[in-house]
Write a protein that binds this ligand. Structure first.
Ligand code: PMP
Length: 432
């Protein structure tokens, strides 16, 4: 296919007319398609319905250590759940606190506690003139929303195919003690699907932050969310690597079963050093008497162990894989070689990131919306909603049925073509 930039103005104008006619046809279809959030599909939720049957009124809800799950107690979670989630997070059970239903909630809490009470005896962040976080971009909008909510200044760090630009991360954390954290989605990242390389993880563990209370917020939301059986990303375990590097307290690792069992009704956890756990527990005992141990037990009895969970994730992959492949196929078929966009090809996770020509992302998303397709808002993948080049669009293939997804991606490609032609023609007119 001929790149648009090499086509004459007349050729582009002619093509634009044909594409507009197709767009009008789409508008006539009265479509209502939603690809805005990375929610599991109904079919995926159905996979976990067996979880509703594992506990019944005649069951004994006593844990192995004698804890009665129906009652208060067990502030940091039941042992069985720590073992299951520990295997999922690749961390020993003793370094885990099981929380409630949401890892984002745990992250919010962690920032909140650091603001009001400080990290391991350091000055509470609210008493400092400036607090900053590094934000690899494009990244997860809800991470950025937490730091924005607390008035923390966010600094963009570009993502590379190996993870965040580590030269920049190393330099910034070493020279500025107001930088207190960095948001990371190390595996099958939201939204690029990128996994951090071994070199990146090693460099993270060896950071020399100026601030003693600097912490890496390692959100392992997609740790077991592979699309393929034989082509999977495996990362160096960050807690162990930090310990080896002499930085045992530098990382908080988060995860949940949201996209394994039921989003919003799963179990969430933090894994971190003993020192950090003690710091957290000092607050936790005021926050709650105990979390939902019945749900913890339900998860343990349903999955059995990590092997059960891995088997379960294969079923998710069987549903998700054709959707990811449909998106990539459409992008390659419709946009390949045109020079108007690039996209990632993740091996897991929930998202594909698309980059348009500079200054086109907002217009593409708006054009999709006018024809009945809702995408994640352009800019959402950047702090403050500001994508400096207006290029990044997050594609979330999980929720719509496959037939809708194929239609949606055809429309997306069409809108990308139209907006790109408009941009090229405008640039040419301005250059004259
Ligand atoms: N982290 C990342 C990177 C996510 O994409 C999501 C959304 N699924 C979450 C956290 C939210 O997780 P939870 O449901 O455990 O709050």
């Amino acid at each position: 296919m001929q790149p648009y930039a090499e086509m004459s103005t007349e050729e582009l104008q002619e093509l634009r007319k044909q594409l507009s006619a197709k767009y009008k046809e789409f508008q006539g279809k009265d479509l209502r398609l939603d690809m805005s959030r990375g929610k599991p599909s109904v079919e995926q939720l159905d996979l976990s319905m067996g979880m509703m049957d594992v506990l019944s009124s005649s069951d004994d809800l006593t844990c192995e250590d004698g804890t009665d799950c129906r009652n208060y107690g067990g502030l940091t979670g039941i042992r069985e759940a720590k073992e299951l989630i520990g295997d999922m997070m690749e961390v020993a059970p003793d370094y885990i606190i099981i929380y409630g239903n949401s890892s984002l909630n745990v992250m919010f809490d962690t920032v909140s506690r650091s603001m009001t009470h400080g990290v391991m005896g350091c000055t509470p962040w609210c008493k400092l003139d400036k607090v900053k976080f590094l934000c690899p971009v494009p990244g997860y909008d809800r991470h950025f929303a937490i730091t924005q909510y607390f008035g923390i200044e966010m600094i963009n760090v570009p993502m590379t195919p190996d993870g965040p630009d580590m030269d920049m991360v190393e330099r910034l954390v070493a020279e500025d003690d107001s930088i207190k954290g960095i948001w990371c989605v190390p595996k099958y990242s939201n939204p690029t699907g990128t996994s951090y390389s071994d070199e990146t993880v090693r460099r993270f563990a060896r950071l020399k932050p100026a601030a003693p209370d600097f912490r890496i917020y390692w959100d392992n939301a997609y740790g077991v969310h592979h699309l393929y059986d034989h082509d999977q990303d495996h990362l160096i375990e960050i807690l162990a690597e930090c310990k080896r590097a002499g930085n045992p307290d530098m990382v908080y690792k988060f995860a949940s079963t949201s996209k394994i069992s039921f989003p919003g009704s799963g179990i969430a956890a933090i894994a971190t050093s003993r020192n950090n756990l003690e710091d957290i527990e000092k607050q936790l005992k005021f926050q709650t008497i105990s979390h939902d141990k019945v749900n913890q037990l339900r998860h343990v009895r349903y999955f059995g162990d990590i092997h059960g969970m891995v088997e379960h994730m294969r079923k998710h992959a069987d549903i998700l894989r054709p959707k990811f492949e449909a998106v990539i196929d459409t992008l390659e078929r419709e946009l390949g070689g045109l020079g108007i966009g690039t996209w990632t090809k993740p091996k897991g996770g929930y998202f594909i990131a698309f980059d348009s020509l500079d200054g086109c992302a907002k217009a593409i998303v708006a054009r999709c919306k006018k024809a009945g397709l809702v995408m994640t808002g352009a800019g959402a993948t950047y702090p403050y909603g500001k994508d400096p080049h207006d290029t990044n669009i997050r594609i979330a293939p999980s929720y719509p049925p496959l037939s809708d997804l194929i239609l949606a991606m055809d429309l997306f490609a069409l809108c990308t073509k139209i907006v790109s032609i408009d941009k090229i023609l405008k640039d040419r007119a301005e250059a004259q």
